[in-house]
Design a binder for this molecule. Sequence first.
Ligand code: AMP
Length: 282
Amino acid sequence: MYIFKKVSDLQHHLEKESEAGKTIAFAPTMGALHDGHVSLIDQSNEIADICVSSIFVNPTQFDQKEDLEKYPRTVDADIEILAKNKCDVLFLPEVEDVYPDGMEAKEQYDFGQLGNVLEGAHRSGHFEGVAQVVNRLLEIVKPNWIVMGQKDYQQTAIIRRLLKLTNSKTEIVVSPTIREEDGLAMSSRNVRLEPDERAEAPIINEVLEGVRTAADKLSVAMAKKEAILKIEKSGSMKVDYLDIVHFETLQSVKNWDDAEQLVVCTAVHLGKVRLIDNIIIT
Ligand code: AMP
């Protein structure tokens, strides 16, 4: 695996590959890699000749200083995981390489209602930061595909819109959420859970799956209410939001048949960690 820290070195390498007719799939990450990230590398290797990944903890997408400071950083182990899983190229930049002109966003994108709901309503400036870094990384890597996880469902919708707004030639590929055996969605933040919190965390996925079956018996409003009660029952979890939304617009629905697919999305505080998860209901 090639590792590049400087933009010009990476671009020089990738330009040669493109000129040789090779296609590129790109899976950006913030490191602290787990099997969810590995699934993106596998997916990239399936669709393209060259798999490029990046590890960059992007300061502009964190709304909480502590979350940025405490974000797990395990670069040596990450490099091993990527090499073992046949990632071809790793981009490992510093903040100055990604933002040579400073971290102030140069472009503002209008994501409309997509950006104002769910995570957008609860993490001020988060998607502006995500769009800024993804746009910059795409400008550098120029991939045929960007591969992202369903785990961050709203993020995939925002990036799909970003690609449209910027007339990008890159296509987005969304890969399914990889879970622990007990159903907890894999996340770099899971390592920050205390053992008792970790033991409780699978309730989130159980409750989301419960919403799927509640569709036969309960109204959408009742299903949401019941789900929140179940998550908060033990007293250690606090639901930031739990909503059932249209799969494209991400707007709340009133009825189960308001869209061909619905997404049940939630964010939950557990100890010092905020976990997000979602499932798609067809
Ligand atoms: P992160 O390093 O958390 O910024 O995530 C980098 C990419 O990995 C994003 O596209 C995430 O959606 C994806 N990802 C994170 N966790 C999972 C998971 N459990 N399953 C699948 N993809 C994931």
